[in-house]
Design a binder for this molecule. Structure first.
Ligand code: ADP
Ligand code: MG
Length: 421
């Protein structure tokens, strides 16, 4: 695939060559045709994958294809920080170098006057941080009535940083008949809700990230390592479901958990790489049919597993990273069904909880199970299946999990929750 396959103006094609871009990145290959067609777009791809050119190239094409009568602002790019504004402005300058199109930056921490001048002169593109743009808008010389295209870059970060009210005020001042594109590195339910408010029937382009279903509720259950199995059994007792998927870190631990659940009387299937293809297929079929309502699996074995009825995903062992977490919980809450994702965490898991929260852009609510005795001694079963299956953690305690190391676990947890810790 090459950039020449896109119907882009010759001046833009030359700038692409001058920039040294040879092949479009995956997000560019997926997003550019949609954007060129004029539709709204919701694009997610990791940092460093070329999202800027994915919206700048189609934007330049739009501005060149239908020249405006006079100098007026036709595109607004909102982003969270001054550094990003500078970067995107620079990318535009580079890709628009053979055209007369101009972009102006608007961000806080510097004088208003030069920005005011650029805005009054009517740059076709404004690259702005929401707060400072509102300052200019209040002074009355910014005219957004001719705006055709609104782009929100790093929308996930803008939400994290609390820009939502500012963005809403800005959006209320731009024409409703416009193309809107939203880009983010991570995807979270609040981003989905936000997108639904400002995009119209958007094409969703996701590269390298899996969107967690917005119908999933996350709960973290801190537990002393030696009580993991006991807590799993207590959780299962309270769930009435005919499809619960339980993840472990290794095949060995999958077998142990399966055996323990069978001893406790549950009908359980197991899915891991040491089972034959036939055994795996049988376990999966029985799980899908609902005749064996519990399935214990490792990540590798569960890859691509699509079971639309899963009500609960239980991470007996926390996943290694955020992507795996999102993959795992993607098995529940499918197709507008409500799903629950429970994650058992021990003191070793502090760091990973933080990483997952950062990636999802939200705190994972922490809970203890009412009536569960967190002070009890280990049973023989726990001794075989406790811990996280990893080496000892080396992290500082997650602020929300500090009570884990407290002797009076339950009381300390209550205190932490009351203070919002
Ligand atoms: P993102 O916004 O996804 O974090 P950027 O748009 O900042 O990523 O792009 C990251 C880097 O990749 C930039 O230096 C950019 O010039 C470069 N880049 C973008 N698209 C291409 C491409 N098709 N070929 C080569 N380099 C590219
Ligand atoms: Mg970017």
């Amino acid at each position: 695939m090459t950039f020449t396959q896109f119907p882009l103006d010759d001046r833009v094609q030359r700038a692409i060559v001058a920039a040294g871009f040879q092949t479009p990145t995956p997000i560019q290959a997926a997003a550019i045709p949609v954007a060129l067609a004029g539709g709204d777009l919701l694009g997610t791809a990791q940092t460093g994958t070329g999202k800027t050119a994915a919206f700048v190239l189609p934007l330049l094409q739009r501005l060149l294809a239908t020249p405006a009568a006079g100098p007026r602002t036709r595109a607004l790019i909102l982003l969270p920080t001054r550094e990003l504004a500078g970067q995107v402005h620079e990318a535009i300058r580079q890709l628009a170098r053979f055209t007369k199109l101009r972009s102006a930056t608007v961000y806080g921490g510097v004088g208003m006057a030069p920005q005011e001048r650029a805005l009054r002169e009517g740059a076709e593109m404004i690259v702005a941080c929401p707060g400072r743009l509102l300052d200019h808008l209040q002074r009355g010389y910014v005219d957004l009535r001719a705006l055709e295209c609104l782009i929100l870059d790093e929308a996930d970060r803008m939400l994290d940083m609390g820009f939502l009210p500012d963005i809403r005020r800005i959006v209320s001042q731009v024409p409703a008949a416009r193309q809107t594109m939203l880009f983010a590195a991570t995807f979270a339910p609040d981003l989905d809700r936000f997108a639904a408010q400002i995009l119209r029937d958007p094409a969703r382009v996701a590269v390298g990230t899996v969107a967690p279903a917005s119908t999933v509720e996350h709960t973290v259950y801190p537990v002393p390592a030696h009580l993991k199995m006991a807590l799993l059994l207590a959780l299962l007792q309270r769930i009435s479901s005919d499809a619960v998927l339980i993840f472990t870190r290794t095949k060995h631990r999958a077998d142990k958990v399966t055996a323990a659940l069978r001893r406790a009387g549950y009908a359980v299937g197991v899915l891991h790489a040491d089972r034959t293809q036939k055994e795996r297929q049988r376990a999966l079929d029985a799980f899908r049919a609902g005749t064996v309502p519990y399935l214990v699996a490792t990540d590798i074995a569960a890859r691509g597993l699509d079971v639309s009825t899963v009500s609960h995903v239980i991470n007996y062992d926390i996943p290694e990273n955020a992507d795996t977490y999102i993959h795992r919980i993607g098995r529940t809450g499918r197709a507008e069904r409500n799903g629950d994702a429970f994650t058992l965490v021990t003191t070793e898991d502090y760091d990973i909880v933080r990483v997952i929260e950062r990636s999802l852009g939200e705190r994972l609510p922490t809970q203890t199970l009412d009536g569960f005795n967190y002070q009890q001694a280990a049973t023989a079963m726990d001794a075989r299946t406790g811990g996280s299956g990893r080496g000892a953690g080396n992290g500082r305690p997650h602020p929300g999990l500090a009570y884990l190391s407290s002797p009076n676990y339950r009381a300390a947890l209550e205190a932490a929750r009351k203070t919002g810790g």
